[in-house]
Each structure stands twice: as structure tokens, then as C-alpha cells.
Design a protein around this ligand. Structure first.
Ligand code: UT7
Length: 337
């Protein structure tokens, strides 16, 4: 028994490493100037208050379509075939269906017959949650590898007549393949948290078992994102700073040890405030101007794009830091192998 316990402990301590990254952004670009024609807003207001200039919009493509395209790139870069994949975790708030899961749809699209497939919530922190879960399951020896996907078609749950939210969101998908890491590097730590008491601040009220779809819910536009932006903003800055600090502390590091901070891309003012408090203003990755807030896809695309742009090199300490509806939050520290 003692032996088994120590064997399990040793196995569970195994790290994981990311061996393939992919992203897919739909072609259609919706600029702030386009939005000026749709609601009472201006490019100047959106740019100064959010940092967003344009976002992508999926036309006739679902979360699994976007996720499949990102996954094919990640798999190719990982040198793995879909049939090799043992676990697929998809983070999304815009699933193709309530069921089957979007992970099952992606499994089917890829022909990843062997893969156990599941969706998780986690909203904008969904990719950080997926990565942490994969660490437990792949690092723990339950699966040899995992495909992690953050995919969102937020345009389908955006109220295009509500100027306080419709300017924020965009569609996209990011994917990554993880395998066990033999060295001490790879995933170094994860810190996750949340507080359901703040659930009403960012919510899609109707369409679930609490408020099933009806003529009234449709008439009252309750199938769209509702957000108390100011409240979310204040909490976001505080928890993102705390998350990054706690995740770094868990692996014996401090913020000055980080080479790159990849924060959730919800608002440039939030990103700047967090980076300033962490003293990482020169080491922060930003792509919100191109894509807006893509919820779970923001961190996944951010990591992929940062790597593609050469911002991540072997040995670098990368911090992923996110928060979202729940409210939930989380950070992961990775030493790039
Ligand atoms: O990942 C999910 C988590 N979400 C977030 O992190 C979002 C966090 N919150 C935010 O990013 C910001 O709160 C917003 C960008 C949503 C709003 O920015 P704000 O600086 O908090 O603006 P506000 O809501 O306090 O509104 C200021 C003014 C209001 O007008 P009055 O009442 O001062 O006359 C709004 O009606 O700006 C008005 N306004 C707009 N004006 C032009 C709100 N939306 C718009 C708009 N265009 N799109």
C-alpha cells in the first residue's frame, strides 16, 4: 500500500509539455467602423475604452468547425495523428449543442476514434482550466496525451443591439497538444479559483434548465450575454494579479522571473493594469486589437500566436492568466521546453 501510494505520488508529479499549437480565426473581419453603423458607438470610444479595433465573425461555422481547424494545425505541429490522441478537452461557452459535446463533434471531425472527449465550462478561463485538468490526467498517467481546445462563436450569443457588450466579443479557436514531460520543466504550477456569488455579473440567463427557451425569453433577449461591465472590471484586475502571483509562488518564482505574461484579452485597460501591478509591462502579450474578447479561445490563440511570433523560446517562463463568467479565474506557469 505504501509502495502504491508513493508510486502514484511520483507519477502524479510528472509534468506535461505542449508539443503543438494551432489557431483558427474566421475570415470575416468586423471593424469598429462597421459597428458604428449598427449601434450608437464610435471607433474612438471602443479604442480608448477597450483597445479593440476589430474582431472576427464566423459565418456558418460552429465551435467544433473552428476547433477542428485549430486542432489539425496543432496535431500536425505535434507530429501526431488524430488516431494517436487519447483525450480531448474542449473549453467553450458556445457549444454546437447542449449534447453531444463539442469535444465529441471534434473527435468525429478528426477521426480521433481512441479519444475520450469532454467539454468543460470555465468561460474565459476555460483554456487555463483545461490545461490544469490535462496536467492532472496526463501528468497523472491516466492518458498518454491530450488535445486541448478553446473554441468560441460568441457572435451567436452577442446581442447586436446592446452597445455595452456587442463591441467586445469575437470568434476564434486555439488548440494545443500536451504529452508528459520527462524533465522538471513544462507545466510548473497551476492556481485556479472562483466565486459563484458573482455569477450574475456575467451571465447568459436563458436556454438552460433555470430558464428554458420560450417566446418570452426570446422576446426579452435573454439568450444573449448580459454583463455588469464595471463590476467585472474591478474584480478582474484584482484576481488576475493575485492569480499570477499565487501560481508563480507555488513553483517558487516571482513575477520578475516571468519572460512572458499572456493575460486573457478582455480589455486593454485591464491587461495594462494587471501587467503594471505585476511589473511585467514590457513582457505582456496583447492581440485584443485584432480579435476582441474570444472567451476561452483568447488564451489558447494568445499562446499559439505568441509562439508563432517568436515571443516564446526554450527555457522561457510563460504565465497564462485568465478570468471569466462564474466568476472564475486561474493562472498557469510553464517553463517552455
Ligand atoms: O471576459 C469577460 C469579462 N468581461 C470583462 O472583463 C469586461 C470588463 N468590463 C469592461 O471592459 C468595461 O466595463 C466596458 C468596456 C464593458 C465598459 O467600459 P466602462 O469604462 O466601464 O464604461 P461604462 O460602462 O462605465 O460606461 C461609460 C459610458 C456610459 O454612458 P454615461 O452613462 O456615462 O452617459 C455608457 O452608456 O459609456 C457609455 N457606453 C458607450 N458609449 C459608446 C457604453 N458602451 C458604449 C459604447 N459606445 N459601445
Amino acid at each position: 500500500m505504501k509502495k502504491l501510494r508513493s508510486a502514484l505520488k511520483t507519477k502524479f508529479r510528472n509534468s506535461i509539455k505542449i508539443v503543438g499549437l494551432g489557431k483558427y480565426l474566421p475570415e470575416k473581419v468586423l471593424t469598429n467602423f462597421d459597428l458604428e453603423k449598427m449601434v450608437d458607438t464610435s471607433d474612438e470610444w471602443i479604442t480608448t475604452r477597450t483597445g479593440i479595433k476589430e474582431r472576427r465573425i464566423a459565418e456558418g461555422e460552429s465551435a467544433s468547425d473552428l476547433g477542428t481547424k485549430a486542432s489539425l494545425i496543432a496535431l500536425k505541429r505535434a507530429g501526431l495523428k488524430p488516431q494517436d490522441i487519447e483525450l480531448i478537452i474542449v473549453a467553450t461557452v458556445t457549444p454546437d449543442y447542449q449534447f453531444p459535446s463539442t469535444a465529441c463533434c471534434i473527435q468525429k471531425n478528426l477521426g480521433a476514434k481512441k479519444a475520450v472527449s469532454l467539454d468543460i465550462g470555465g468561460a474565459c478561463a476555460g483554456y487555463v482550466y483545461a490545461l490544469s485538468l490535462a496536467w492532472a490526467l496526463v501528468g497523472g498517467g491516466f492518458y498518454k496525451n491530450a488535445l486541448l481546445v478553446g473554441s468560441e462563436v460568441l457572435s451567436t450569443i452577442t446581442d447586436w443591439s446592446d452597445r455595452s457588450t456587442c463591441i467586445l466579443f469575437g470568434d476564434g479557436a486555439g488548440a494545443s497538444v500536451v504529452v508528459p514531460a520527462k524533465s522538471e520543466a513544462g507545466m510548473l504550477s497551476s492556481y485556479l479559483g472562483g466565486d459563484g456569488n458573482f455569477g450574475d455579473f456575467l451571465i447568459l440567463p436563458a436556454g438552460g434548465s433555470r430558464l428554458p427557451a420560450s417566446k418570452d425569453t426570446v422576446k426579452n433577449r435573454l439568450h444573449y450575454i448580459k454583463m455588469q461591465g464595471n463590476e467585472v472590471f474591478k474584480i478582474a484586475v484584482r484576481v488576475m494579479v493575485e492569480c499570477a502571483q499565487k501560481a508563480l509562488k507555488k513553483c517558487g518564482l516571482r513575477s520578475e522571473d516571468a519572460d512572458l505574461l499572456i493575460p486573457h484579452q478582455a480589455n486593454l485597460r485591464i491587461i495594462r493594469a494587471v501587467a503594471k501591478r505585476l511589473n511585467l509591462e514590457d513582457k505582456v502579450f496583447v492581440n485584443i486589437h485584432k480579435y476582441g474578447n474570444m472567451s476561452s479561445a483568447s488564451s489558447a490563440v494568445g499562446l499559439c500566436e505568441a509562439y508563432e511570433e517568436g515571443r516564446i523560446k526554450k527555457g522561457d517562463i510563460v504565465v497564462l492568466d485568465a478570468f471569466g463568467g462564474g466568476l472564475v479565474w486561474g493562472a498557469c506557469v510553464i517553463k517552455w521546453i
